[in-house]
Ligand binder design. Structure first.
Ligand code: S3P
Length: 168
């Protein structure tokens, strides 16, 4: 079986679904945000503030380049911006089978209403920010994906089943 790579907008469930998939497939879950936070020694928000988004994106690409070398199986949960540049999208496809966990902007807003950990959504008018990012990103997520999984209204069980069926 190839590695499973999860992509999608902030709050779409990459980490929580990733954790369940890792159990099913008995392999580690690697969460790129978590690895980067450990390496930075600070939160992603702090890193954005100190070094800026561009530097963060460079570090994301460098991390993917390292994962190409990895031999052991894994489920990879990526940060929401990871597949947006063509270079990263190509690296992700090399790493494994890429699943886009699709949610609506409405569901995203409901989930992230009180969130303070996403620097790109901080400040005024979260709804406007979410809708703008959705419009910009949707074609890129679709292009980066091997499979698109509609997650709204589905149970974890159903989503995991869809992934299992696709990789079998
Ligand atoms: C980002 C998503 C975040 C994190 C950073 C940037 C994005 O990850 O990598 O705040 O550009 O969508 P999650 O998708 O896990 O929230």
């Amino acid at each position: 079986m190839k590695n499973i790579v999860l992509i999608g907008f902030m709050g779409c469930g990459k980490s929580s679904i990733g954790a369940k998939l890792a159990k099913v497939f008995q392999c580690p879950l690697i969460d790129t945000d978590q690895v980067l936070e450990e390496e930075f020694g600070c939160t992603i928000s702090e890193f954005f503030e100190r070094e800026g988004e561009e530097e963060f994106r460079k570090r994301e690409t460098m991390l993917l380049e390292r994962f190409i070398q990895k031999k052991e199986k894994m489920v990879l949960a990526t940060g929401g911006g990871m597949p947006l540049c063509a270079e990263n999208a190509a690296l992700l496809k090399k790493i494994g089978t890429v699943f886009f966990l699709k949610v609506t902007p409405e569901e995203t807003l409901a989930r992230l209403e009180n969130d303070t950990t996403r620097p790109l959504l901080m400040g005024e008018d979260k709804e406007k920010k979410v809708r703008k990012l959705f419009a910009e990103r949707m074609p890129k997520y679709m292009a980066a994906a091997d499979y698109v999984i509609e997650t709204d209204g589905k149970s974890f069980y159903e989503i995991i089943n869809e992934v299992e069926t696709a990789v079998k």
